[in-house]
Design a protein around this ligand. Structure first.
Ligand code: F0G
Length: 469
């Protein structure tokens, strides 16, 4: 582990109420809220939020229901810089069972953590509830981000909730319709840049450096504090259901903020003694083939990621060539024994359809996690006895065009019941006939009289025993 990712440093004098910022490159420490800063003053390295006291499971709120106290992200306030934030509220997302896909992929357990069920439909809400709270603390009033879409939707909503002006920079023509609609209705100023996401981020960083706006991309270390609660929820829920922690978490990677946030979650749980080293899930990142600089770095064993200037994929949310959180995320993948894999757009669409068949509606980038799991299983890199959680990061409705393309076409029919019947009657029996047929088949089965007789016998025995008591 790089020296400055260890969490055993003493509390520095600059700490405010047991919270401070540490540069992961040079180890310099900073007060958390005195100044607006996103990277190290000395070496420009990434900053990480640090705490004098790290919580264990008992320190978190009980229950996790709206009745028993703060719900979702703020249930974990013992591990966050504040007691509460600008909240809608967020987190508390489902960990779905997907039995058919689990069978087909061939792992011991497969669960889907569906982050599309957050208030604005993606995991970004977890970061924004903390980030916008910090913006209030440091006293700024204009918030900004570059985005492939979801960050802009979340920033617009949380900025509106916090009563602050929001500015979002989007790559023109490359953001899914649902996300632009959200940013627009929540009142963000939408600046469409003739460039890709990475150029948008370059510009927002310049604006932030000039003090024109408070940057709320995942370069902002406070965003990742909120996002680490994904890991806390997965670990707690999985352990409650299965009595063990998952062996692996597979997630889509763009800027690698989530990968960094999960790794921080596991480092903190270990440092607090809440889990053992062997409990840490293997972080496994998935990128689209047309935008895979992290995969390249993992495969080639590089410590740094080469920026890809040309990127393309149908999964527009992860159409990113310069993952700024790589210095935090690459050690996460390596230290946990994970890996990274690239998948094609076709593999992504197939996974999106398969999840939809189990009732789980996700946007293309999200489906990359399942596509990646499949690919690694086929390559023999993941064993059949593993317990795996795939993260699906955004809701199906975020990208309605992709959903239409992946789904079935509507069938035009005349405005007339008989004609509709004729249209749907393709020779197969009607729904009612099918149900009736199955009912009579079941009654004909030799099993039925046997079961009825067995049931009557048991009822007789039970009554007899009770009367003898
Ligand atoms: N999945 C979805 C749906 C996303 O929107 C993003 C990132 C990712 C995965 C990748 O997450 O950056 O933490 O590795 N979207 C950003 C945005 C870039 O602007 O909405 P990451």
């Amino acid at each position: 582990m790089s020296a400055h990712l260890a969490l055993d440093e003493p509390e520095p004098a600059v700490a405010d109420d047991g919270v401070w910022l540490t540069c992961i490159e040079c180890g310099e420490t900073f007060a958390p809220f005195d100044d607006v800063r996103y990277t190290c003053d000395d070496c420009d390295g990434l900053l990480e939020v640090r705490y004098a006291d790290l919580p264990t499971w008992d320190d978190f709120g009980a229950g996790g229901s709206p009745e028993s106290g703060p719900y979702g992200v703020w249930r974990y306030s013992a591990g966050l810089p504040f007691e509460e934030g600008v909240s809608l509220p967020e987190g508390g997302t489902p960990l779905h069972y997907v039995p058919s896909i689990e069978d087909e992929v061939g792992v011991n357990n497969l669960r889907i953590k569906h982050e599309g069920m957050n208030p604005t439909g993606s995991f970004k809400d977890r970061g924004m509830t903390v980030g916008v709270r910090v913006a209030k603390e440091v006293g700024v009033n204009r918030l900004a981000c570059a985005s492939t879409g979801n960050t802009s939707a979340a920033l617009a909503a949380y900025g509106a909730r916090g009563g602050m002006e929001t500015l979002v920079l989007l790559p023109a023509g490359k953001v899914a319709a649902g996300k632009v609609a959200q940013a627009s209705l929540h009142g963000a100023r939408i600046l469409e840049v003739d460039g890709n996401f990475d150029s948008c981020l370059d510009i927002v960083q310049d604006l932030a450096a000039r003090g024109e706006a408070y940057l709320l991309n995942s370069l902002n270390p406070f965003r990742l504090e909120g996002q680490k609660t994904i890991g806390l929820e997965i670990m707690e829920r999985f352990h409650a259901d299965e009595g063990t922690y998952p062996d692996r978490i597979v997630l889509p990677v763009g800027n690698a903020g989530n990968t960094a946030a999960l790794y921080k979650c596991f480092r903190e749980l270990r440092e607090a003694g809440a889990i053992d080293e062997s409990d840490v899930p293997k972080l496994t990142g998935v990128q689209a083939e047309g935008a895979a600089p992290m995969v390249e770095a993992v495969e080639e064993g590089n410590d740094e990621v080469r920026r890809w200037d040309e990127v393309e994929t149908r999964a527009t949310a992860i159409r990113i060539g310069n993952p700024v959180n790589a210095p935090k995320a690459l050690p996460g993948i390596r230290e946990t024994g994970g890996t990274a894999v690239a998948v094609s757009d076709e593999e992504i669409t197939e996974a999106q359809r398969d999840l939809a068949e189990e009732g789980v509606g996700v946007e293309p980038a999200s489906a990359a996690s399942l596509a990646g799991l499949r690919k690694l299983r086929d390559a023999g890199e993941i064993d059949d006895d593993e317990d795996v959680v795939c993260l699906t990061t955004g809701h199906l409705l975020k990208d309605p065009d992709a959903a239409y393309e992946a789904g079935g076409d509507p069938e035009p029919v005349p405005n007339d019941t008989e004609a509709v019947l004729e249209h749907i009657d393709d020779g197969s029996p009607s729904v009612f006939e099918t149900v009736r047929e199955q009912g009579s088949k079941a009654a004909d089965s030799p099993l039925i009289p046997a079961l009825v007789a067995g049931g009557l016998g048991l009822a007789y025995l039970y009554r007899k025993l009770r009367s003898e008591q």
